[in-house]
Design a protein around this ligand. Structure first.
Ligand SMILES: *[C@@H]1O[C@H](CO)[C@@H](O)[C@H](O)[C@H]1NC(C)=O
Ligand SMILES: *[C@@H]1O[C@H](CO)[C@@H](O)[C@H](O)[C@H]1NC(C)=O
Ligand SMILES: *[C@@H]1O[C@H](CO)[C@@H](O)[C@H](O)[C@H]1NC(C)=O
Ligand SMILES: *[C@@H]1O[C@H](CO)[C@@H](O)[C@H](O)[C@H]1NC(C)=O
Ligand SMILES: *[C@@H]1O[C@H](CO)[C@@H](O)[C@H](O)[C@H]1NC(C)=O
Length: 603
């Protein structure tokens, strides 16, 4: 492959676009410089992240090639900012560089993106991201000794490789999160390679890092999916609810100004524009840190930290709840002028209501807060055209409580499942339910989603904030089904739930029955043909096979009741068990398999 053509296209200098709105206050200028420096120092990582997320199929060597080219550009532009090539948007420059690698667009099938320009091209690269990563091999866990050797030998290349592997498997995670992850991973490697028991050290420490990544990935995907499907208004509502819960002390005016920065950030982050995302993220953190008095007294130490640790620290800081914040929000119910205020500006009026309600209700989930805002909005629509509006909306609190109670019942039922069923049975329950609702999804995806459901419930159902936790996490799982960078078409009922109303997605899914439009395969596709390798499979592997078997069984026989499906699953597991203990397992399988198949068709 030819070296990158160095001349001919323009380069990132990350200065010009921002310099148009260059901050004037000394503090802001400082903040700006610090972010700028961070971006320059991390240009290698940033390039790898953006590239591996856009072109997940590409090899590490290809990523390295691009990294070198981009580093060179950076150096050139640092040496002479006035070079004409130093004035383009960083993400455009990166995409041009990707397209300029000879043969690469054809090899990885993205020439159609390179043929476009500007906005169209950015959108094309974004849509090229693939949420399902079945086409990539599972991430290999290197032997710890090997890992430490590789790190010692060439720490930079080792870390680049790590960030490459993680990025291509998490194409929607925001760049600052991945940079935090890289920093943490480096710390872990340094520490663990000094230890006697390296394996144990890696295992324990890596666990929390992986959880951190999974949680943020899931959240970021969900918010971006909502943004792309429902637009800025829903994005703003989500952020109002989150920020008001997180910073109950903040004043509404301050919140709206912060909201602008936050929403700006999502624009770049969701699209995969790593530089824009880091800038936006820093801007949000600078904003928060410069207004600590009015936002939170709990973030002083966080604000002294550097990028990217600072952000993570603020996210996990304690809440600073003002003592005089009454539990009840009365002005939206008792005020006689509600309709006049609403008419003056509906968006601001509703934003303020959501803010007031959210900061008083840390025990509610974000979707629940949005539901309540919706209920209030609907109520006012009705009431404000009546003779006596205040009378009409005086029962608003009742309506809010009804909505919350309905959601509580759903969560309670789910946590009852968790308490009554063992972990495996809980998973089977959800695998059956999910497969019946959306049999068109791949077996991989269905088993993955089933696992996520189980994780959500096992994480949440023992906590005191059970409700918010379950409702938030299960909604993230639904977000996965609905898709991040595409409007998926799965089946009419599921599509309807995904696109109708973000806040009420949960109850919509909850009411779904088996998909009516689905036509099952007419042949059993060898589902009941067992092989001797099953007998060698270890616990985890066997469990995976069992999960897949169940999903495929439901796909084959969606009309069977849950009980019949359970019974077939148990019979099959028993058969495998018995045959593996028999003299000739293969013969046993050949005899027993058809019997199970016959039973499935008879049911
Ligand atoms: C920087 O680039 C500009 C535009 O190409 C050129 O005119 C100028 O001489 C360069 N300066 C230096 C120090 O190379
Ligand atoms: C290449 O991409 C195009 C457009 O997205 C798609 O229609 C086609 O199926 C892809 N080909 C392969 C081999 O993946
Ligand atoms: C060490 O690095 C060199 C080049 O950087 C490479 O050729 C060699 O294979 C590496 N050795 C190990 C054990 O990773
Ligand atoms: C609504 O629920 C809250 C919390 O459970 C309770 O304090 C309040 O009295 C309820 N209000 C009405 C009108 O039922
Ligand atoms: C999905 O649908 C929304 C709303 O109908 C639309 O604004 C958006 O552009 C669509 N997104 C994609 C990726 O097609």
């Amino acid at each position: 492959m030819k070296q990158l053509e160095l001349r001919g296209f323009v380069i990132l200098m990350f200065f010009l676009t921002e310099s148009l709105t260059l901050p004037t206050k000394p503090r802001d200028v400082d903040d700006f410089r610090i972010t700028q420096k961070f971006i320059e120092e991390n240009i290698g990582y940033i390039t790898i992240i953006a590239f591996a997320q856009y072109i997940q199929e590409a090899s590490f060597e290809e990523a390295e090639m691009l990294r070198k080219a981009m580093t060179e550009y950076k150096d050139q532009c640092l040496a002479n900012v006035t070079l004409p090539m130093c004035s383009k948007l960083p993400n455009d420059v990166l995409q041009e560089a990707i397209c300029a690698i000879e043969g690469l667009p054809q090899k990885h099938n993205f020439s159609h993106c390179c043929n476009k320009v500007d906005f169209e091209r950015r959108l094309c690269f974004f849509r090229n991201k693939k949420a399902g990563i079945e086409f990539l091999p599972p991430l290999l866990a290197l032997d710890p000794e090997e890992k430490c050797q590789a790190y010692k030998n060439n720490s930079e290349s080792f870390l680049n490789n790590y960030i490459y592997e993680v990025s291509r498997r998490n194409p929607f995670v925001f760049a600052p999160t991945l940079l935090t992850l890289a920093a943490r991973f480096e710390m872990i490697t340094k520490t663990c390679c000094e230890e006697q028991d390296k394996a144990n050290c890696f295992q324990t420490k890596a666990k929390s890092v992986i959880q951190y990544l999974k949680a943020l990935s899931s959240y970021q995907k969900n918010v971006c999916g909502a943004f792309l499907k429902f637009g800025l208004q829903v994005l703003n509502s989500i952020n109002i609810a989150i920020l008001s819960q997180k910073f109950p002390r903040i004043e509404f005016k301050e919140l709206t100004s912060l909201l602008e920065d936050v929403s700006y950030k999502f624009d770049g982050c969701c699209e995969g524009d790593a530089v824009h995302c880091i800038r936006g993220w820093s801007k949000v953190m600078d904003h928060i840190c410069s207004k600590q008095d009015s936002i939170s007294s709990e973030i002083k130490e966080c604000c002294e930290k550097k990028i990217p640790e600072r952000g993570e620290c603020i996210i996990s800081s304690n809440k600073d709840r003002p003592k005089d914040l009454s539990l009840k929000e009365t002005k939206s119910i008792e005020n006689k002028n509600v309709c006049e205020e609403r008419n003056a500006n509906q968006d601001i009026f509703m934003a303020e209501f959501l803010y007031e309600y959210s900061r008083r209700h840390p025990e509610l989930s974000v979707p629940e807060l949005l539901r309540i805002a919706r209920v209030y909005d609907d109520l006012l629509k009705e009431c404000c055209i009546t003779e006596n509006p205040p009378d009409c909306y005086s029962n608003a609190e009742n309506k809010f409580n009804e909505t919350t109670e309905k959601s509580l019942r759903i969560v309670k039922r789910e946590c009852d499942h968790f308490r009554n069923l063992g972990k495996d049975d809980l998973k089977y329950h959800y695998l059956i339910k999910l497969t019946k609702i959306a049999p068109q999804l791949s077996t991989e995806e269905l088993t993955f989603i089933g696992e996520e459901m189980v994780t959500a419930l096992t994480t949440c159902c023992t906590l005191s904030e059970e409700f918010a936790c379950v409702d938030n996490l299960v909604d993230l799982v639904l977000g996965e089904i609905c898709g991040v960078n595409e409007n998926r078409t799965i089946n009419p009922a599921v599509d309807h739930c995904c696109k109708t109303n973000f806040a009420f997605r949960r109850s919509c899914f909850d009411a779904l029955e088996a998909d009516e439009t689905y036509v099952p395969l007419s042949a059993s596709q060898g589902l009941f043909t067992f092989h001797i390798d099953l007998c060698q499979a270890h616990n985890e592997e066997l469990q995976r096979k069992k999960d897949r078997f169940l999903v495929n069984l439901v796909k084959l026989k969606p009309k069977l009741t849950d009980k019949e499906l359970w019974s077939l699953l148990t019979d099959s597991a028993n058969t495998v068990d018995r045959c593996c203990k028999a003299e000739g397992p293969e013969t046993c399988f050949n005899e027993e398999g058809p019997k199970l198949a016959a039973k499935s068709w008879a049911s």
